[in-house]
Design a binder for this molecule. Sequence first.
Ligand SMILES: Cc1cc2nc3c(=O)[nH]c(=O)nc-3n(C[C@H](O)[C@H](O)[C@H](O)COP(=O)(O)OP(=O)(O)OC[C@H]3O[C@@H](n4cnc5c(N)ncnc54)[C@H](O)[C@@H]3O)c2cc1C
Length: 495
Amino acid sequence: MRNIKQVVIVGGGTAGWMTAAALSKVVGALVKVVVIESDQIGTVGVGEATIPSIRLFNNLLGLDENEFLSKTKGTIKLGIEFNHWGKEGDAYMHAFGNLGLDLGMVKFYQYWLKRKLSGDESSLWDYSFNTQAAKINNFQPTEHIEGTPLSGLTYAFHFDAGLYAAYLREFSQAKSVCRIEGKIERVIQDDRGYISSVVLENEQQIEGDLFIDCSGFNGLLIEQTLKAGYDDWRHYLPCDSAIAMACQSSEEVLPYTKATAHGAGWQWRIPLQHRIGNGHVFCSDYMSQDVAEQILVRNVDGKPLTEPKLIKFTTGMRKKAWVKNCVAIGLSGGFMEPLESTGIHLIQSGISRLLTLFPDQEFSTQDIDEFNKQTEFEFTSIRDFLILHYKATQRADTEFWRMSQAMPVPDSLAERIELFKTHGRIFRNNDELFTDVGWVQVFIGQGVMPNKYHPIADSISDDQVEKFLADLKQIYAREAGKLLKHSDYLARLSV
Ligand SMILES: Cc1cc2nc3c(=O)[nH]c(=O)nc-3n(C[C@H](O)[C@H](O)[C@H](O)COP(=O)(O)OP(=O)(O)OC[C@H]3O[C@@H](n4cnc5c(N)ncnc54)[C@H](O)[C@@H]3O)c2cc1C
């Protein structure tokens, strides 16, 4: 077997340095890793909210969590609070972690649904430990709730993207990753069309066996050179612009992201230790850049620290993320707007797929096809979840929301919505990212209420269900109150 000897990573944004760090850790003894980045071009500079899988990635690298939080000015994320999505004035949380306790084969939320349909007023989120802690700004690592079978808090992070890339760069360089600064001017292909080298402005030529395209939206290798093609999903996810701006922190550091809907999109609020990251994602067919900027500036919680910066994008994915000897990871492979903070997760899962299917110099077609098939499955299942947030709105106050309500959705999503509406059933296909706990929160949070509950929930008497729910509610509220304040938890890390 002829092994890969040199991997060239094009791009030093979050994708480039996450890939370099993971490859140097896992296959560093086998291959030489080179990263090329250009200060002249810079990085996209956003991407600061994550989902819990980031902890697996950091663990794979062996990063110390406290050091990571200090170096990246990170904070804890227990979920996302969605404001004004179902109706103006509404608020719900997509919290990480479990909801209550499943009994036998019946999911917990079915018991809640049973009570709800018979007039009980308790909120689904009374049974989310993460939500109860988030509401009072508390956090402390908790594996499980003592003396009960209930699991503890499930968390992710908010962090400064630039500091995270710098941290991983330091990590990678200590593992002998070679960094080259310079702008790539030309890409050289061999007679089979495989990339053999890239040439910088200063004519330096860098050869490689495997090229990872982490060059951002333009897809320097995967698209501009190898013409992989792009599936444009703007008919499902029509937002195509974002204005990003940081501001000063003005209050207690919240342990969750906020996603607040506006007239033609929504605004993110990501609290870090030293500032708040804000951005307004909007659809340029329904709102001008000037109006979007005014709305953002009016709705930030502190003094602006940066000028508003416009970022344009096309939601969708590369038709093939792996072509010949080139694999696209990060924005070069596709982008589905940041509503559920899935960009960094997709980088991580791309890296994990690459490692699982790590090639030799023959580049087996079967491996490449498998990589592309798995990537497509992951993107499309996340896409459906994101579309649900727009489709399941009852807002009719602007043209954008009326369009969102009326828009055709993929059959895969239409079937899920119908299935949920009858008996509240949700099925997770294969290893798709979002579980029934995520789907049910968005369904219920946006006002999609099933007509009936799971019939097997009747095997427990009404009285028993009522007591079961009341006990859980009490435990979650009590235990959340015992945790440290999030800001005190962060302060302890730096001493
Ligand atoms: C508005 C917005 C908000 C987002 N929010 C989130 C979020 O909250 N959570 C999340 O998980 N994800 C989020 N994302 C996604 C996240 O930002 C990206 O997944 C992440 O930053 C990875 O970007 P990247 O490294 O692929 O590209 P970039 O950051 O664009 O990096 C590209 C790199 O390639 C280099 N390069 C390009 N061309 C050349 C060349 N010719 N020669 C040499 N070098 C070159 C550049 O210098 C740079 O180093 C968001 C994205 C957007 C657009």
